[in-house]
Design a protein around this ligand. Structure first.
Ligand SMILES: Cc1ncc(COP(=O)(O)OP(=O)(O)O)c(N)n1
Ligand SMILES: Cc1nc(C(=O)O)sc1CCOP(=O)(O)O
Ligand SMILES: [Mg+2]
Length: 423
């Protein structure tokens, strides 16, 4: 059980907080949150052993918790000014900074500032309420800020024309866009981005995506292709492996021979050099890898994501697929984030819709794969479910039988979350 304790002066937020938490309960998006009111001037959030404290609109206060700035009076500071402020003070969170055509939200991430922008300001109280609820539900800060903006927009449009969303934000139109080099207004806004703008990447063949084993030797790739696997990835984490380049060459040749979609994890230079089918990159690679060179070489790209903001950021790069992880606990890799679970996965899938193919990854085995598949993802990526199977050929066969779509793909778009049982 988590708890959210509001100061007296924020009690009007309760009318927004309670329906949101009821929604989150219905969708099973996190631990139950108990709400209370105290006389302190600070918002306190407890999640398991962790405690967060927040204050509103006291930028200069000597306070070790988050300082949320969400009230603005003309003349407004510039976006660039606030970008610098947030870079310098990891505790400052800027919400709804007005711009000529909309508003910007800015927060700190590993020594940098990150931002989302939309042509809409939305309603203040719902935005605050969602920020607090999402933090209490243990969403990372970037997702809490992003959800808060989406909810503020949904709330405002529902009250203007009676058609908007008052519940948990789902549809993509409500969500703001991350400010990356690919955003057409990034320069006008004065936002300085570390990434470089890039054209959309080549598409994958979505029909071939269903089962996606991720393995750590070229020998495994060969074995899987012989079994008829049509999409796979070579993931060697030791960059000093003396056989690295040879293995990359080997899997590219094998992929060509079997007309399969074989991705190279991490080593994008080798992938370009040997004309791989595609590369898989993580979020941190987006600022360092030469995306333009990858795109111009005609390689496909898959991007890892672990929540709302990362998904929206990945979308800005128009990748060949978006990976959604990690769905269940995994021992294959140390994860800095928490498992998402099926219900969050279903909402991410709805957010992306059929704009990009999606790949669910992390802790997926055969018994869990059916429910994962029912969320509508395009593909299921697995490591141990294949590499540790007593009979990998039988495991491939069993996944292939499961990961098929009915003839009418629209069936996927029914209220998926309603059909998912608790994990
Ligand atoms: C299909 C797929 N999804 C996610 C990952 C993870 O990539 P990344 O975040 O870059 O982490 P490492 O795999 O490099 O440890 C993946 N490899 N494949
Ligand atoms: C390589 C990898 N990436 C993940 C992510 O969430 O980004 S989870 C993961 C490991 C998946 O292994 P298994 O199927 O054995 O759990
Ligand atoms: Mg990587």
């Amino acid at each position: 059980m988590s708890s959210l304790c509001l100061p007296d002066h924020l009690t009007p937020l309760l009318m927004h907080v309670e329906p949101l938490l009821a929604n989150a309960d219905q969708y099973q998006l996190g631990n139950t949150v108990s709400v209370s009111v105290s006389e302190s001037g600070v918002v306190d959030i407890k999640i398991e052993e962790r405690q967060l404290s927040l204050i509103f609109n006291q930028a200069e206060a000597d306070f070790s918790g988050f300082k949320i700035l969400d009230q603005w009076y003309a003349p407004y500071p510039s976006v660039r000014e606030m970008q610098v402020k947030v870079e310098q003070d990891s505790r400052v969170i800027v919400c709804g900074l007005p711009t000529e055509k909309g508003c910007v939200d800015i927060w700190h991430h590993n020594g940098e500032a990150r931002a989302v922008y939309c042509h809409h300001a939305g309603a203040g109280e719902p935005q605050r309420a969602m920020l607090l609820c999402a933090l209490a539900l243990d969403y990372p800060l970037e997702d809490a800020v992003t959800l808060a903006r989406a909810h503020a927009r949904g709330y405002q449009s529902s009250h203007q024309d009676g058609h908007g969303e008052v519940s948990w934000p789902v549809s993509r139109e409500l969500f703001p866009r991350p400010l990356t080099a690919n955003h057409p207004e990034v320069d006008v806004l004065g936002w300085q981005s570390k990434e470089v703008a890039v054209e959309p990447f080549c598409a994958t063949d979505a029909q071939q995506l269903a089962l996606y084993p991720v393995v750590d030797t070229a020998e495994w790739v060969d074995r899987l292709l012989e079994l008829g696997v049509k999409t796979t990835q070579l993931r060697i984490k030791n960059s000093q492996d003396p056989q690295l380049e040879t293995q990359v060459q080997q899997i590219i040749a094998a992929g060509n021979q079997y007309q399969a979609q074989v991705f190279v994890n991490d080593y994008w230079q080798l992938a370009i050099k040997h004309q791989a089918y595609g590369v898989h990159l993580g979020q941190e690679d987006l600022e360092t890898a030469d995306l333009v060179a990858i795109q111009q070489a005609g390689l496909r790209i898959g991007l890892s994501t672990h929540g709302y903001y990362e998904i929206l950021r990945a979308v800005e790069f128009s990748p060949s697929y978006i990976a959604l992880g990690h769905i269940f606990p995994t021992t294959t890799k140390e994860m800095p984030s928490k498992p998402q679970g099926l219900n969050r996965l279903a909402l991410y899938q709805k957010l992306i819709g059929d704009t990009f193919p999606t790949v669910a990854i992390g802790g997926i085995d055969l018994p869990r794969a059916e429910k994962v598949w029912r969320t509508g993802v395009s593909s299921v990526a697995v490591v141990r479910a294949i590499t540790e199977a007593s009979d990998p050929a039988m495991a491939v066969d069993a996944f292939n039988q499961l990961l098929v779509r009915p003839e009418f793909p629209d069936a996927i778009n029914e209220k998926i979350t309603d059909r998912i049982d608790a994990d």
